[in-house]
Design a protein around this ligand. Structure first.
Ligand code: 5GP
Length: 195
Protein backbone atom coordinates (compact mmCIF):
# COMPACT_ATOMS: atom_id res chain seq x y z
CA UNK A 1 0.00 0.00 0.00
CA UNK A 2 1.22 3.47 -0.88
CA UNK A 3 1.69 6.36 1.52
CA UNK A 4 1.09 8.73 -1.33
CA UNK A 5 -2.41 9.85 -0.37
CA UNK A 6 -1.72 13.24 -1.91
CA UNK A 7 -1.73 11.61 -5.35
CA UNK A 8 -5.26 10.27 -4.85
CA UNK A 9 -6.33 13.67 -3.54
CA UNK A 10 -4.87 15.35 -6.63
CA UNK A 11 -6.59 12.89 -8.97
CA UNK A 12 -9.92 13.55 -7.24
CA UNK A 13 -9.57 17.32 -7.24
CA UNK A 14 -7.98 17.87 -10.67
CA UNK A 15 -8.51 14.69 -12.71
CA UNK A 16 -11.46 14.16 -15.03
CA UNK A 17 -13.03 10.84 -15.93
CA UNK A 18 -14.05 11.51 -19.50
CA UNK A 19 -15.82 8.16 -19.83
CA UNK A 20 -15.67 4.70 -18.21
CA UNK A 21 -12.15 3.97 -19.38
CA UNK A 22 -10.13 7.18 -19.77
CA UNK A 23 -8.91 9.42 -16.98
CA UNK A 24 -7.51 12.82 -17.92
CA UNK A 25 -4.79 14.22 -15.68
CA UNK A 26 -3.37 16.83 -18.04
CA UNK A 27 -3.08 19.39 -15.26
CA UNK A 28 -0.41 17.57 -13.24
CA UNK A 29 0.99 14.62 -15.22
CA UNK A 30 0.29 14.53 -18.96
CA UNK A 31 0.54 18.15 -20.11
CA UNK A 32 1.31 20.49 -17.22
CA UNK A 33 3.51 18.71 -14.67
CA UNK A 34 3.44 19.21 -10.90
CA UNK A 35 7.17 18.83 -10.16
CA UNK A 36 6.71 18.60 -6.39
CA UNK A 37 4.19 15.79 -6.70
CA UNK A 38 6.54 14.07 -9.17
CA UNK A 39 9.34 14.42 -6.64
CA UNK A 40 7.18 12.62 -4.06
CA UNK A 41 6.32 9.98 -6.67
CA UNK A 42 10.05 9.46 -7.32
CA UNK A 43 10.78 9.15 -3.61
CA UNK A 44 8.03 6.59 -3.19
CA UNK A 45 9.23 4.40 -6.09
CA UNK A 46 12.85 4.71 -4.96
CA UNK A 47 11.94 3.66 -1.41
CA UNK A 48 9.96 0.64 -2.60
CA UNK A 49 12.64 -0.63 -5.00
CA UNK A 50 15.72 0.46 -3.04
CA UNK A 51 16.96 -3.07 -2.25
CA UNK A 52 16.60 -4.42 -5.77
CA UNK A 53 19.99 -3.33 -7.08
CA UNK A 54 18.42 -1.19 -9.82
CA UNK A 55 21.03 0.00 -12.34
CA UNK A 56 18.75 2.04 -14.65
CA UNK A 57 15.26 3.49 -14.75
CA UNK A 58 13.47 3.07 -18.07
CA UNK A 59 10.32 4.82 -19.20
CA UNK A 60 8.14 5.27 -22.26
CA UNK A 61 7.93 8.70 -23.86
CA UNK A 62 6.52 11.09 -23.05
CA UNK A 63 4.42 11.14 -19.90
CA UNK A 64 6.57 8.66 -17.96
CA UNK A 65 9.60 10.96 -18.16
CA UNK A 66 8.79 13.23 -15.19
CA UNK A 67 8.16 10.45 -12.65
CA UNK A 68 11.03 8.37 -14.07
CA UNK A 69 13.64 11.11 -13.83
CA UNK A 70 12.65 11.85 -10.23
CA UNK A 71 12.96 8.16 -9.39
CA UNK A 72 16.34 7.94 -11.12
CA UNK A 73 17.66 10.90 -9.11
CA UNK A 74 16.65 9.21 -5.86
CA UNK A 75 18.17 5.87 -6.91
CA UNK A 76 21.26 7.64 -8.28
CA UNK A 77 21.14 5.85 -11.65
CA UNK A 78 20.63 6.90 -15.30
CA UNK A 79 17.20 7.18 -16.90
CA UNK A 80 16.49 5.94 -20.42
CA UNK A 81 13.49 6.93 -22.56
CA UNK A 82 11.99 4.27 -24.82
CA UNK A 83 11.01 6.11 -28.00
CA UNK A 84 7.83 5.73 -29.98
CA UNK A 85 8.81 5.59 -33.67
CA UNK A 86 6.34 5.56 -36.55
CA UNK A 87 8.12 2.83 -38.48
CA UNK A 88 10.80 0.19 -38.25
CA UNK A 89 14.41 1.33 -38.26
CA UNK A 90 16.28 -1.05 -40.51
CA UNK A 91 19.73 -1.09 -39.00
CA UNK A 92 21.24 -3.18 -36.27
CA UNK A 93 21.72 -0.40 -33.73
CA UNK A 94 18.31 -0.61 -32.07
CA UNK A 95 15.87 -3.01 -30.51
CA UNK A 96 12.25 -2.49 -31.57
CA UNK A 97 8.87 -3.97 -30.75
CA UNK A 98 5.37 -3.10 -31.89
CA UNK A 99 2.93 -1.69 -29.30
CA UNK A 100 -0.72 -0.72 -29.71
CA UNK A 101 -1.61 2.51 -27.96
CA UNK A 102 -4.51 2.33 -25.50
CA UNK A 103 -5.55 5.95 -25.82
CA UNK A 104 -5.04 6.41 -29.55
CA UNK A 105 -5.82 2.93 -30.90
CA UNK A 106 -2.80 3.19 -33.22
CA UNK A 107 0.48 1.29 -33.19
CA UNK A 108 4.06 2.42 -32.84
CA UNK A 109 7.48 0.82 -32.75
CA UNK A 110 8.89 1.11 -29.23
CA UNK A 111 12.58 1.71 -29.79
CA UNK A 112 15.73 1.37 -27.68
CA UNK A 113 19.27 2.02 -28.79
CA UNK A 114 21.55 -0.93 -28.01
CA UNK A 115 24.00 1.59 -26.51
CA UNK A 116 21.84 2.18 -23.47
CA UNK A 117 21.30 -1.35 -22.21
CA UNK A 118 23.59 -4.09 -21.03
CA UNK A 119 22.74 -7.67 -20.15
CA UNK A 120 23.81 -7.05 -16.54
CA UNK A 121 21.32 -4.21 -16.11
CA UNK A 122 18.56 -4.51 -13.53
CA UNK A 123 15.87 -2.22 -14.77
CA UNK A 124 12.98 -0.47 -13.12
CA UNK A 125 10.34 0.34 -15.74
CA UNK A 126 8.15 3.36 -14.90
CA UNK A 127 5.02 4.54 -16.70
CA UNK A 128 2.28 7.07 -16.05
CA UNK A 129 -0.70 4.74 -16.62
CA UNK A 130 -1.36 1.01 -16.68
CA UNK A 131 -4.42 -0.07 -18.66
CA UNK A 132 -4.15 -3.23 -20.78
CA UNK A 133 -0.44 -3.58 -20.17
CA UNK A 134 0.57 -3.24 -23.83
CA UNK A 135 3.09 -0.46 -23.22
CA UNK A 136 4.57 -2.20 -20.15
CA UNK A 137 4.91 -5.53 -21.94
CA UNK A 138 6.47 -3.74 -24.91
CA UNK A 139 9.12 -2.30 -22.57
CA UNK A 140 9.60 -5.71 -20.98
CA UNK A 141 10.12 -7.36 -24.39
CA UNK A 142 12.85 -4.85 -25.26
CA UNK A 143 14.60 -5.20 -21.89
CA UNK A 144 14.47 -8.98 -21.79
CA UNK A 145 15.27 -9.20 -25.50
CA UNK A 146 18.54 -7.44 -24.69
CA UNK A 147 19.25 -10.05 -22.02
CA UNK A 148 18.73 -7.63 -19.11
CA UNK A 149 16.41 -8.08 -16.09
CA UNK A 150 13.14 -6.32 -15.32
CA UNK A 151 13.43 -5.79 -11.56
CA UNK A 152 10.19 -3.88 -11.15
CA UNK A 153 7.35 -2.06 -12.87
CA UNK A 154 6.34 1.22 -11.19
CA UNK A 155 3.04 2.77 -12.25
CA UNK A 156 1.75 6.18 -11.23
CA UNK A 157 -1.94 5.45 -11.96
CA UNK A 158 -3.21 1.91 -12.43
CA UNK A 159 -6.71 1.33 -13.76
CA UNK A 160 -7.33 -1.87 -11.85
CA UNK A 161 -10.50 -2.72 -13.78
CA UNK A 162 -8.44 -3.24 -16.94
CA UNK A 163 -6.29 -6.35 -17.45
CA UNK A 164 -2.73 -4.94 -17.34
CA UNK A 165 -2.13 -5.39 -13.61
CA UNK A 166 -3.31 -8.99 -13.59
CA UNK A 167 -1.21 -9.80 -16.65
CA UNK A 168 1.94 -8.38 -15.04
CA UNK A 169 1.22 -10.14 -11.72
CA UNK A 170 0.60 -13.43 -13.52
CA UNK A 171 3.92 -13.07 -15.33
CA UNK A 172 5.66 -12.61 -11.96
CA UNK A 173 6.74 -8.96 -12.16
CA UNK A 174 7.06 -6.83 -9.02
CA UNK A 175 4.46 -4.15 -9.75
CA UNK A 176 4.00 -1.12 -7.53
CA UNK A 177 1.16 1.26 -8.40
CA UNK A 178 0.85 4.50 -6.47
CA UNK A 179 -2.86 5.02 -7.20
CA UNK A 180 -5.23 2.18 -8.07
CA UNK A 181 -8.47 3.20 -9.76
CA UNK A 182 -11.32 0.74 -9.29
CA UNK A 183 -14.02 2.48 -11.34
CA UNK A 184 -14.45 5.42 -13.69
CA UNK A 185 -17.62 6.94 -15.04
CA UNK A 186 -18.43 10.43 -16.23
CA UNK A 187 -17.62 12.56 -13.18
CA UNK A 188 -16.84 9.50 -10.99
CA UNK A 189 -13.40 8.30 -9.83
CA UNK A 190 -13.18 5.51 -7.25
CA UNK A 191 -10.04 3.93 -5.80
CA UNK A 192 -9.31 0.39 -4.73
CA UNK A 193 -9.48 0.29 -0.95
CA UNK A 194 -6.25 -1.24 0.32
CA UNK A 195 -6.20 -3.11 3.61
P1 5GP B 1 -1.68 0.11 -21.80
O1 5GP B 1 -0.55 -0.05 -22.73
O2 5GP B 1 -1.43 -0.43 -20.42
O3 5GP B 1 -2.97 -0.39 -22.37
O4 5GP B 1 -1.90 1.67 -21.65
C1 5GP B 1 -0.93 2.43 -21.01
C2 5GP B 1 -0.54 3.62 -21.83
O5 5GP B 1 -1.67 4.26 -22.40
C3 5GP B 1 0.13 4.62 -20.92
O6 5GP B 1 1.48 4.74 -21.34
C4 5GP B 1 -0.63 5.91 -21.10
O7 5GP B 1 0.14 6.80 -21.85
C5 5GP B 1 -1.85 5.56 -21.89
N1 5GP B 1 -3.09 5.51 -21.08
C6 5GP B 1 -3.83 4.41 -20.79
N2 5GP B 1 -4.92 4.73 -20.12
C7 5GP B 1 -4.89 6.07 -19.94
C8 5GP B 1 -5.80 7.01 -19.29
O8 5GP B 1 -6.86 6.67 -18.75
N3 5GP B 1 -5.42 8.31 -19.32
C9 5GP B 1 -4.26 8.73 -19.91
N4 5GP B 1 -3.99 10.03 -19.85
N5 5GP B 1 -3.40 7.88 -20.53
C10 5GP B 1 -3.72 6.57 -20.55
Amino acid sequence: MTDLKELEAKILSEGTAINETVLKVDCFLNHQVDPFLMQRVGEEFAEYYKDKGITKVFTIESSGIAPAVMTAIKLNVPMVILKKQQSKILNGDVYQTKVTSFTKGTSYELTLSKKYIDKDDKILLIDDFLANGEAAFGGIRLIEGAGATVSGVGIVIEKSFQPGRQRLDDAGYDVYSLARVKRLAEGVIEFVEEV
